[in-house]
Design a protein around this ligand. Sequence first.
Ligand code: ATP
Ligand code: K
Ligand code: MG
Length: 662
Amino acid sequence: STPFGLDLGNSNSVIACARNRGIDIIVNEVSNRNTPSLTAFGPRNRFIGESAKNQQTSNLKNTVDNLKRILGMEINDPDFETEKKYFTCPLVENKEGGISAKVRFLGEQQEFTATQLVAMYINKIKDITVKETKANIVDICLSVPVWYTEKQRRAAADACRIAGLNPVRIVNEVTAAAVGYGVFKAGDLPEDEPKKVAFIDIGHSSYQVSIAAVKKGELKILGTGYDKHFGGRDFDYAIANHFAEQFVGKYKIDVRENPKAFYRVLTAAEKLKKVLSANSQAPFNIESVMNDVDVSSSMTREELEEYIQPLLERVHIPIETALKDAGLSVEDIDSIEVIGGCTRVPSLKNKLKEIFGKELSFTLNQDEAIARGNAFICATHSPTVRVRPFKFEDFNPYSVSYFWDKEEEDDDHLEVFPRGGVFPSTKIITLFRKGDFEVEARYTNPSELPSGTKPVVAKWELKGVVPSEGETSIATKIKLRNDPSGFYTIESAYTVEEKIVKELVEKEAKEGEDAEDDESEPEYREVKKLVKKADLEIITHSASLPDAVRQEFIEKENALVMEDKLVADTEERKNALEEYIYDLRGKLDDKYKDFASDSEKETLTALLTKTEDWLYDEGYDSTKAKYIAKYEELASKGNLIKGRYLQKEEEKKQAIRQKQEA
Ligand code: ATP
Ligand code: K
Ligand code: MG
């Protein structure tokens, strides 16, 4: 399969593939280099990506955006209260305690989990990629925010699987961009003493910073920081709320009371914000925003800076956290690489510059760097595509301890993966056990996590522990791993026992004599050694969906794709029939005039009218098969006349040719 990378953005997503010995950005069905991250529902079909964006204003209640924010989130997460304000569709609790959108779809109320909604979107992205590349797309490297917990990462991987993809790696967004930097800017990188680079990404919903040590062929993330609620959408809300307030006085309307009006104000606010990135002043006009009132206003760049001041005052915090982790100060940073759409705001750029006391670099493509990095990383996992080797180690942001019930050991837990360690990483521990037992991984330090995160990461049952004869317990080796996707796992477990084994005594060769020439008997000695006794069975209870539920979602998704396709095909057939009616009617009066008898014309015209009437009456909402049948009924008559016309045309051509040759 062709290596495929997806930067799932909160407002828009970017696709990249490794092909033709390079990385290409894949354009969507309307040739855009990014695709709106939305899934929406209608009376007949779903709308995903561009088509969802097109119908958003008129279908707010059934359009779900901010998909990555609710993925893997529990409804009782205190952060949900903040998050739900950004949604225009109702959100409800699902069986798993997660979040589902409640929408009107195919004429009835239906609920879809956040994982399903993201899967629908990723499936559409896959379809776009397959259509554009004509390649086999199976493996995906998907990037997620650095603050994503195990549960959110598992949900992201599940969403890929429901979309029929194999998530070879879940990677942190900024890490992916940094890898892209390390790989594609290799020419400028030092061979020995690494360059210290701060990578900053401020997008639509969140702000992330990672400090990396980069040198030729390798990279290590030294520290990371984030503000989960800092991005372009917060700027838009600041602007929208300002105007909403202004319009209460100026026009006696409160757009915040009317979801559609407020959405239009938000859309206009985003547009104004972008204009202000390049101009010192921008107009703000919306026709008939509510109660038939047209609103008109404007904003200057200085005013914008004032309204976003509370945000600007927080910019330094994630940077300080990341620097602290890295054990560096701003003076140690050689380069500040900035990505993400929101960093186009001049006052934000100035703030960053002020914090670092240095000019910012825009070496990377602000919008495409993450997707490119993902495609490269996916390629490094591919057995068929060869890429330059590049080693990278990521920063473990959350301390994780493994717990067991105490038997023969002194402790009942161990912090195995502390914050600040690198991953992927492996650690083997030994526990003395009397029989089967359980291990649980938990976050050690809630203060490192987004507030409200539940501490349990995963749980395992280890089976097959049998002490040796005469012993009450047995040593059990457990291989713990913080894997390349950041998942905390148990990779393998086995019991070991001491055995007396015979070992060959190596004899020193005497001088002037080859050991092989030594004809004396080989000597053995008996030694005690730890040898593997038995592999343990590991039953994992991770935050992934249970297999049966995932399978059900896969089947449901496939059925929805088929239904959408049928609706699209039916629509296409209907349009083809309609077009044919107009085309044939026109030609009967024109090109085909002399090729049909009056009675033929009469019957055909009558049939055209009849079919047209049908199309606007009961045939308005008919089946694919009926549209095809009606089309063929007309075409069988129409083609007869067309045939005579074409024959005449051919004869004329022949005549001209003969004349020329004569
Ligand atoms: P996230 O990274 O939070 O998941 P995302 O990847 O979708 O979101 P980006 O594509 O990096 O976000 O950036 C989108 C944001 O950038 C939007 O809020 C958009 O309004 C803002 N933006 C884009 N262009 C400009 C501009 N010229 N001036 C100001 N803001 C801009
Ligand atoms: K993006
Ligand atoms: Mg982004």
